[in-house]
Design a protein around this ligand. Structure first.
Ligand code: SF4
Length: 260
């Protein structure tokens, strides 16, 4: 199997040292979401975009915030893994219509998907954690590398309270796993109730599967509904331990010493 490093194509960013210093200082950690997004636009536009899965309300809140702040600078990309539920594709079209923006789609490389499926079968992810990560690498991490190649900064909807893998998330980070790009997590310290309150108040479009018990929607075979009150991430890769429930987009497996 290929390693994460072999699959990634991410070049080094062009972020100036003074901005890296500003981020390292932690001075922006207390900024509200709007101010962080404004700062991101000022520093990096047009080389900044939101990575949205269209499977969580957080990403949709950030689209709405970005669009209110500066519609002309609002860029959104997503990765079509080829295994997404129809409801997620429907939401992409709703967002495109509502905000009048292009959703920049990235796809896995067909040769890599073909080789993986021929070698390991269509449902390899249920067999071992290594095969699940291989699938996530081929279908998500490698396309992410191509999406980031033309960016200096990206935004995500990560929040600290989303589970054990996300407790260290900060509003502004230097993303060492992706060429020292700047990563903005404007909702890092928001509570789940705040997210849903914003959605309702502003009629933000969200994935209809949330109303069917899915707090987080990823690929169809790796997402399921969960009982109310359970960990937000517990419906993702539910057959694995909570500590491993990340796809590699927001975590560097090699740094963890568990590259495939
Ligand atoms: Fe593959 Fe599941 Fe990861 Fe999607 S979430 S890329 S189907 S392992």
């Amino acid at each position: 199997m290929k390693t994460v490093a072999q699959l990634e194509l991410v070049s080094h960013s062009r972020v100036p040292e003074e901005i890296l210093e500003q981020v390292r200082s932690g001075a922006m950690d207390g900024w509200p979401a709007e101010r962080l997004i404004e700062w991101g636009f000022e520093q990096f536009a047009p080389r900044i975009a939101l990575s949205a899965s269209f499977g969580s309300p957080e990403g949709m809140v950030i689209v709405d915030l970005m669009h209110r702040i500066d519609a002309s600078r609002t860029r959104v990309f997503t990765i079509d893994t080829g295994r997404l539920p129809q409801e997620t594709y429907n939401l992409m079209d709703r967002v495109r219509d509502r905000y009048g923006i292009e959703v920049e789609l990235y796809f896995p490389q067909p040769e890599q998907v073909q080789a993986m499926v021929r070698n390991h079968g269509l449902n390899l992810f249920y067999e071992t954690i290594e095969k699940r990560r291989l699938c996530c690498n081929v279908r998500k991490v490698e396309p992410l590398g191509r999406a980031l190649a033309n960016l200096d900064a990206w935004l995500s909807g990560l929040r600290t309270e989303q589970g054990v893998t996300r407790t260290d998330v900060r509003p502004v980070e230097i993303d060492h796993a992706h060429g020292d790009r700047i990563k903005l997590n404007p909702l890092a310290y928001w509570k789940q109730e705040e997210v849903w309150s914003y959605v309702q108040k502003n009629a933000v479009p969200v994935n209809v599967l949330h109303a069917k018990g899915y707090p987080s929607v990823g690929c169809a075979p790796c997402s399921r509904a969960v009982p109310e009150g359970e960990d937000e991430r517990s419906g993702r890769w539910w057959w694995e331990q909570a500590e491993s429930r990340e796809c590699g987009i927001h975590i560097d497996y090699e740094e963890q010493g568990s590259g495939i």
